[in-house]
Design a binder for this molecule. Sequence first.
Ligand SMILES: Cc1cc2nc3c(=O)[nH]c(=O)nc-3n(C[C@H](O)[C@H](O)[C@H](O)COP(=O)(O)OP(=O)(O)OC[C@H]3O[C@@H](n4cnc5c(N)ncnc54)[C@H](O)[C@@H]3O)c2cc1C
Length: 576
Amino acid sequence: MSALAAMAATEHQVLVIGGGVVGAGVALDAATRGLTVALVEARDFGSGTSSRSSKLIHGGLRYLEQLNIGLVREALTERALLLQRIAPHLVQPVSFLFPFTHHAWERAYVGAGVTAYDLLGVSRGRLRGLPAHRQLTRNGALRLAPALRRSALTGGLLYWDAQVDDARYVVDLIRTAAGYGAQVASRTQVIGFLREGERVTGVRAVDLESGAEVELRAQQVVNATGVWTDEIQAMAGGRGTINVRASKGVHLVVPRDRIHSSTGIILRTPFSVLFVIPWRRHWIIGTTDTDWALSKAHPAASRTDIDYVLGQVNRVLAVPLTRDDVAGVYAGLRPLLAGESDSTSKLSREHAVAHPVPGLVMIAGGKYTTYRLMARDAVDAVAHGLDGKVAPSCTDQIPLAGADGYQALWNSRHALARSSGLHVARIEHLLRRYGTLVSEVLALIAADQSLGRPLPGAEDYLRVEAVYAVTHEGARHLDDVLTRRTHISIETWDRGLSAADEVASLMAGPMKWRSRQIARELENYRAAVAAERASQEADTDTEADAILLGAPDIVPVVSNGAAAAVIEAEVSGQSN
Ligand SMILES: Cc1cc2nc3c(=O)[nH]c(=O)nc-3n(C[C@H](O)[C@H](O)[C@H](O)COP(=O)(O)OP(=O)(O)OC[C@H]3O[C@@H](n4cnc5c(N)ncnc54)[C@H](O)[C@@H]3O)c2cc1C
């Protein structure tokens, strides 16, 4: 029986729509409270906003400036939990240099803010896993970041936060939830609700790979669809209790050698802040913040966005960056709460939970850092709607798949290198991506030594990673591997084109692809890269969006329920 058929065979206590960090978090929270759970995701897991963020786990210095102390404390508590217990393999400390451009008052003002930030991050006398900030003279700042133009700063301050591999985190959350019994399916789109009177009793969904339509029954349905929240709400016919507005943020990826610095950098911009974030052998630079009302699945970065980011970072660099320095570009949409009605249960300024009709819970807003709290609040609302007592959330005690025993394994990395025959640098790379699940990856290499070789065209990765993405991480198409299980699409100059052939042929075995499907995957990926490059030459959002829409998804979603029949016809026409 297929995963979806098994899911349709039984009534679940909770059904989650959306496999981003929030939906995956809800599935894990519910499963670990002993509830029966199913989750459906229309695209690939994490392919919405949750793989397109700045990848920071932070309290938000901005909120501190707005004196939103509770929010900052809450987020810093989460930061410590993720760093130390929940996902130490995927969440790492990162430092930022804040260059001062004014004299004494700025040092005093920012210094006081960051002191408060550090203090809010202190628990029982210990800084939560991170060093305290320190003030720097101009020379001291320039020693850490020689790339800065001397005249661009009067001094500086160094503070610590954390960063995450956002796309991989979602996959590990999904795997952990599945380990606690959650049933999960990607490329399964909800197209309608099952009702009994006013009450929601489940959903109608399409398996987008086959076109088959299924009915999934559940006592409570949770809408965790981020910027798609309003569409699902409209489908349910409930009053507009939560409205989500999309705001676009664009990031550039440039090689590490283009900016000589041993620390990340944070800069004030006219509207917000800009981060220069270390990302393995690259920097991620961003972001922007502009309203977006066009395609939600593929927000486009225009030439204007790219020039804005370059312009902001070049204000402080001794050797300015040009477009030729940019290896990759990605854009994401923030799901911002646009307004709430009186019936909304408002849990914080950041996120909201609502119960618009019986049987349906909505959760939206928030940020990556606080996904676990959002999930807890959503499942608390679910618990109200279920008969009988439900245990409180315990996800603060649940390490993700790959986290348990990570520190000990990290300490044994040299021994692991010896026994596997891989260089210790490779083992470190694998440990930071797979944690203790590295044993599964190494077992594949032990069975086939050729999988231990680097991927041609993307030598930072091993061939085994393409295979493991399929066999253990739910990847089903070429883009899933090149963009989210690995980040080859933003880390290589050709955006993954020269690695694509090898990745497709490695995936072909476990996916049982024939030559026609391999060709289709490659053609689709090449068209997407060409459209992405062309869209980044467009001046406006509208032009950039139109160009991106010219390269359809490998598995298109349906625009409404009635279109399911069309999809079915398309899929049978495409099959090989
Ligand atoms: C530019 C940018 C930078 C950011 N930086 C940070 C940061 O540094 N730190 C931080 O803490 N936060 C950050 N955030 C915020 C954070 O990324 C988001 O709050 C978070 O990822 C939202 O997750 P989500 O699960 O709500 O949404 P998503 O990840 O978008 O998940 C929603 C999912 O629902 C699915 N879906 C939609 N409709 C259907 C349907 N009909 N059927 C089935 N599935 C459906 C979608 O395919 C999607 O995968 C940033 C956001 C942006 C845009």
